[in-house]
Design a protein around this ligand. Sequence first.
Ligand code: ATP
Ligand code: MG
Length: 592
Amino acid sequence: MHLLLRVNRFIIRVFYVILQPQKDLYFMSETSTIVEENKKSLNFIETFVEKDLAEGKNGGRIQTRFPPEPNGYLHIGHAKAICMDFGIAQKYGGICNLRFDDTNPVKEDIEYVDSIMEDIQWLGFNWENVFYASDYFQQLWDFAVALIKNDKAYIDEQSAEEIARQKGTPTQAGINSSYRDRPIEESLTLFEKMNTGEIEEGKMVLRAKIDMASSNMHFRDPIIYRVINHPHHRTGTNWKAYPMYDFAHGESDYFEGVTHSICTLEFVVHRPLYDWFIDELKKTKPEDGDYRPHQYEFNRLNLTYTVMSKRKLLQLVQEGLVRGWDDPRMPTICGMRRRGYTPTAVKSFIDKIGYTKYDGTIDMALLEYSVREDLKPKATRVCAILDPIKLVITNYPEGQTETLVIENNPDDENAGTREVIFRRELYIERNDFMEDAPKDFFRLSKGGREVRLKGAYIIKCIDFKKDAQGEVTEVYCEYDADTKSGTAGGNRKVKSTINWVEINAALPAEIRLYDNLFTVEDPSSADADFRDLLNPNSLKVLENCRVEPVLANAKPFDNYQFLKIGYFTVDLDSKPGKLIFNRTVSLKDSRK
Ligand code: ATP
Ligand code: MG
């Protein structure tokens, strides 16, 4: 009940930010009904798609693309875009291509290309084709030459600072560059030179000739080509002049036949320019008839207690502030995978938050809730002891063993059972014993209450032993042989059940507990450097744990529930004899 209330609270919070402004969503008093309602209704992009289909636009074709720049690993925000781009194609019988927007060779690398493909497939999506914007360098170049010839572009030799200064402000018109009206022939010759290596970086750019007084700043003669003297990961040193994003993106859409070019809200102000380039391009391709791609925008995903900018994530990796792109604390897809999140959980989270035209921040707790929701029916329950202390059952015969049959998952009747050996000596959790226990302590203390060993017998503490430092080293108990779980006596109820592992069979393990990467909800908006807001306790390594022997066969990405503690998976660093587990998510939301 408590959990439910909390869950409802953060859904309310999320829905207040996200769903409330949506006009087509009438208010309902029951939050859960709103969740259901949202699931059934179309998102606004699907509404556009259905309208286009009804009108027979683009010959009834639906084609989308997911266009990452290969300059970093994908994060959960990209997962939202992936679910949209691939989801629309799936739902409406269209195709979605993967297109690498590789127009800036300085920051891009093949390592990122590979990781992006792996992450998309892990999420469960398949592209129709893989394309690269760099495949269109020649076509883009030809189009730029056509613009120059039509007096719609010119070479500017001013510095970047000068160009920026002349741009004006939203309320004040810009100033024409003194190069704006240079002869077309001169621009054509210089454009060639920009690509031969004769022109230094920053010495000249190609600008579209549009309108320096436009109310849309993006129309004030945008730069469309610049010189970069850095080898490209695919085209090597063939090119020295590289197209800018705004120029390359829409045109790549066009060359591929994209119908719905879906991106995030910051591109709304770029859309008129997208359309302007498409208009100009279409003039050169009358044979293409009515076909044209359209851009649609939805809200970016922002999550509390993390950052979503690739630049910042790269900084964390490069400066060693995390253990790599796939550090389980990172919001990257590979980080979440390593932590034990499942594709189903990620997609169910994306489904819950929906797509809107308003920016907001989603509570990390909702993502964690989605992970628990997915793992609860799937994860095998096992015992793990984080901080072991030895327990001796003094009236259990020495040398005797028993095989207990334990349910693998009470939430899944098909999950079966396993056998566990029970003996006189066990490990239990140190904090399940207290020397001077207060009245409301329901676990073990000398002369205290009865406690059930999970799946086994009821025991009672009779004594304990300390070492020279005063630390408790052993706890002595007596068991009641008539209380074995699964027998009639097993029904006797006591206040507490505690975890245990049998001392000989238990496996040593390292357990890594993760917490928020940052100490504040929005590390990006604060005045401080985001790196100063890192949570020093985001990783806690427990090296001396003990786990059930069944975990000897556990593999990375297998999901387990460590009883009473949380959901765990095997870390990639784990080896036979040196088991390492990551906490995927705690059992309950522990935030205030
Ligand atoms: P950069 O900061 O390098 O521009 P980016 O986050 O925009 O990076 P891209 O590789 O350009 O990353 O993104 C690929 C696609 O993913 C784009 O369509 C972009 O709009 C979308 N995307 C990126 N971040 C988010 C996010 N936080 N939420 C939803 N979609 C996102
Ligand atoms: Mg981008």
